[in-house]
Design a protein around this ligand. Structure first.
Ligand code: URA
Length: 209
């Protein structure tokens, strides 16, 4: 069964409060989403393997540790996932970045892929899928399926706010994928918005609507 990790770090929780506020404009919203994404990247990479090395300091040789070279990939679900990319790549500059675009078919209500560009070697990478909102879980589940079809074997899902419905959907469809969220909100409304949530993440990032 997937792990669901709620990141209760005080800085994440503090910044998330301002992200949620309707009085936060797009510029500040974007900056805060990037900052929280960076803090979340720090936490989800906690299990990266290290290897021992030696470096010469100005006074002596120090035995130190560096990343063992595990390859990472970050995949943003369009379009709101774009807002979290910089936070991740600032901290993990060697990560390759992929994009997945999905729309909901108005008749079947199922997600349909309209764009998919992934690093070619996803099978060798630990993949991190990012999207600020895990609402119904339809897009996240479809994106995870797509990644697996392309060969990905180790995937984590990182979201700012999750709803129980989205968590249940991902747990059911992808029990191997751990979910990391800054908050788990109580429910969805009739339009599949997370309550209380933060509104439409894409619109707030890009000033649309
Ligand atoms: N997508 C959003 O941007 N907000 C929600 O509340 C749900 C899905």
């Amino acid at each position: 069964m997937a792990r669901v990790v709620i990141m209760d770090h005080p800085l994440i929780q503090h910044k998330l409060s301002f992200i949620r506020s309707k009085n936060t404009g797009s510029k500040e919203f974007r900056e805060l989403v990037e900052e929280v994404a960076m803090l979340m990247a720090y936490e989800v990479t906690r299990d990266l393997p290290l290897t021992e090395t030696e470096v010469e300091t100005p006074v002596a040789v120090a035995k130190t540790k560096v990343l063992a070279g595990k390859k990472l990939g970050v995949v943003a679900i369009l379009r709101a996932g774009l807002g979290m990319i910089n936070g991740f790549v600032k901290l993990i500059p060697a990560a390759k970045v992929g994009h997945v675009g999905l729309y909901r078919d108005p008749e079947t209500l199922e997600p349909v892929e309209y764009y998919c560009k992934l690093p070619p070697d996803v099978a060798e990478r630990d993949m991190i899928v990012i999207d600020p909102m895990l609402a119904t879980g339809g897009s996240a589940s479809a994106a995870l399926t797509l990644l697996k079809q392309k060969g990905a074997r180790h995937i984590k899902l990182v979201v700012l706010i999750a709803a129980p419905e989205g968590v249940a959907r991902v747990e059911q469809d992808h029990p191997d994928v751990d979910i990391f969220a800054a908050a788990l909100d109580p429910c969805l409304n009739d339009h599949a918005y997370i309550i209380p949530g933060l509104g439409d993440a894409g619109d707030r990032l890009f000033g649309t609507k």
